[in-house]
Design a protein around this ligand. Structure first.
Ligand SMILES: Cc1cc2nc3c(=O)[nH]c(=O)nc-3n(C[C@H](O)[C@H](O)[C@H](O)COP(=O)(O)O)c2cc1C
Length: 433
């Protein structure tokens, strides 16, 4: 999506930079998209973005690493042609198959039919879906894993398997002789500046952290695995697929990923203590009373820190942070017009940025006649891959003393499940095609 001001900027950027040598024998041949204001529907960007593609020249041929979004193909091919001939291209590496990096691929394959595609094993099905091969047009590609290499003559590309950062098929490519890491979207951000290098692009730290928060944060455990492969490398330059090329102190960005993916000090201090958080909405106090009783019941179990919040009085973002470090999430809502209250859905729809797998979930609420809210919340919690070990609790209108005891039992049961670490079937990202 482009604002009027942004379209002026986009027009001004029409006379764009040529291919840029970022390391000896390595050229940036990507595209600038300074007018973009919303990326992938979910991310805002004040400075547009770039689709970075790179060309590596060896003694025996040339490699192209990633391409660009389809509508920027002309810019990409013009830059490519300024530094190489199509018949020199022996290798095309796709670090992941997202459309903003594969848009120009079909045309590149048409222009350089001799080039061999290198993808991760997980990318196979996606490549077939993308290129729709047929009997008379078979797909020729090679899958690679960590440590596999391809030589261009004096230039060696070595692959690192870094799945789920942020697509299942993600890999990084290491140019051994020059110490260049082609990192795909890892260490990328949406920040467009034709000067290209991080030391020339102003302060884009907020864009870097914002990108991490929305794109990499759900996959923190995979980031930690990838860092084990990346941190030992003698990196001279990081060449990501979006945003500035990181030549000035590139290790700072690796360190930042480590910081962002490491549990906070508070979480580490709490180690051993389980955390259960109850959020509720309540118009007339019935769901609030249930929440208090559930807290009392859960607190009876030792070793569990129970927190209670009225969702009406808080901001979503700090609650998302709390939930990320909690072990159990319990949501209470009255039924209002056949649904749960909107802030509950607002909270739930904000949780896609964190990894919820294996956390425990539960729902409760007061109702008047149909009481749909509890079941709807439970279904959503399951959809978000939480375990729901205790059936949701509904109480008609104002809870009696006996019903409040039921609420305490509900809290006790949740605490018991948490202490025992009960396992339910949890869908893993890796299970999803
Ligand atoms: C505007 C409004 C709409 C409601 N719609 C429903 C409904 O669709 N189904 C239902 O079971 N109860 C409905 N109720 C009844 C509430 O769920 C019930 O009063 C409940 O006890 C309120 O809990 P609270 O005290 O925690 O707000 C509605 C109440 C209000 C005020």
């Amino acid at each position: 999506m482009m604002s009027p001001a942004a379209s002026v900027i986009a027009r001004d950027a029409a006379d764009q930079a040529p291919a840029v040598e970022v390391a000896p024998g390595v050229h940036w041949i990507g595209a600038l998209d300074p007018g973009l204001r919303t990326f992938d529907i979910i991310l805002r960007t004040a400075n547009g973005t770039t689709y970075n593609s790179y060309l590596v020249r060896g003694d025996d041929g040339v490699a192209v690493i990633d391409t660009v979004k389809a509508e920027f193909a002309d810019d990409f091919f013009a830059r490519l042609e300024s530094v190489a001939r199509y018949d020199e291209i022996r290798v095309i590496v796709l670090n992941h198959l997202e459309p903003d990096h594969t848009g120009a691929l079909p045309e590149l394959m048409r222009r350089a039919p001799q080039a061999q595609l290198y993808i991760s094993k997980r990318a196979t099905a996606m490549l077939k879906a993308l290129l729709k091969p047929s009997d008379d047009r078979p797909l020729v590609y090679k899958t690679v894993a960590t440590g596999d290499e391809v030589s261009l003559g004096g230039r060696t590309l070595r692959f690192l398997h870094t799945p789920f950062l942020h697509w299942p098929d993600t890999q990084c490519t290491w140019l051994v002789e020059e110490g260049v890491l082609f990192s795909g979207d890892v260490f990328g951000c949406h920040h467009c500046d034709a000067r290209l290098f991080n030391d020339l692009c102003g302060d884009f730290r907020f864009a870097f952290d914002y990108y991490y928060a929305h794109i990499m944060r759900p996959f923190k455990s995979y980031v930690v695995d990838a860092l084990k492969l990346i941190e030992p490398l003698p990196i001279k330059l990081i060449a990501p697929t979006h945003g500035p090329v990181l030549r000035d102190r590139p290790r700072r960005y690796v360190t930042r990923y480590r910081e962002l993916s490491t549990p906070s000090l508070a979480e580490r201090i709490d180690q051993g203590e389980r955390s259960l958080i109850i959020f509720y909405m309540s118009a007339y106090g019935s769901t609030a009373r249930m929440a208090e009783a559930i807290r009392a019941g859960a607190e009876e179990a030792g070793g569990i820190r129970v927190s209670l919040y009225d969702l009406e009085g808080g901001e979503i973002q700090p609650f998302v942070d709390l939930i990320e470090s909690a072990d159990a999430l319990v949501l209470g809502s009255p039924t209002i017009n056949g649904d749960a209250a909107k802030p509950i859905w607002d909270l739930l729809s904000s949780l896609a940025v964190i990894d919820l797998k294996g956390k425990l979930g539960a729902a409760f609420g007061s109702y008047g006649w149909t009481g749909e809210a509890v079941k709807m919340i439970e279904d959503r919690l399951r959809g978000l891959k939480l375990r729901v070990p205790v059936a949701g609790l509904r109480i008609k209108l104002i809870p009696t003393d006996e019903e409040l005891e039921e609420c305490r039992d509900f809290g006790r049961a949740l605490a018991g499940a948490l202490v025992r670490g009960e396992q339910g079937r949890v869908i893993d990202f890796a299970d999803l095609g």
